[in-house]
Design a protein around this ligand. Structure first.
Ligand SMILES: [Ca+2]
Length: 100
């Protein structure tokens, strides 16, 4: 992915707008298991180990999953949350989050 917001984000964190090396979309220079594209999409710091993206929380009979979506990423990233009732089952789309 390459656009104005992602290039600016790479400049801020890696000193270059290029989608290569440490700043590549699938790079994980802080080795926290979260690739740069997901760090950008959820607003975490790609140069410092971050906790997992969101955490499911039981609320009555539902499970809520909350994650951050920075405004800069909303213009460039399409979010498609998916879920499964069993770990070995097929994943299916969940309701899309409301824009914010
Ligand atoms: Ca990372």
């Amino acid at each position: 992915m390459s656009s104005a917001a992602t290039e600016a984000w790479r400049m801020t964190h890696f000193g270059s707008p290029a989608n290569t090396g440490s700043g590549a979309d699938l790079g994980d220079p802080d080795r926290d298991g979260i690739v740069n594209l997901l760090e950008f999409a959820t607003g975490s710091n790609p140069r410092s180990s971050s906790p997992p993206v969101g955490a499911p929380v039981k609320n009555g009979n539902t499970v809520e999953f909350t994650y951050s979506r920075p405004k800069a990423a909303l213009a460039e990233v399409t979010y498609h949350p998916e879920g499964s009732l069993i770990l070995s089952g097929a994943w299916s789309s969940l309701s899309s989050p409301a824009p914010s």
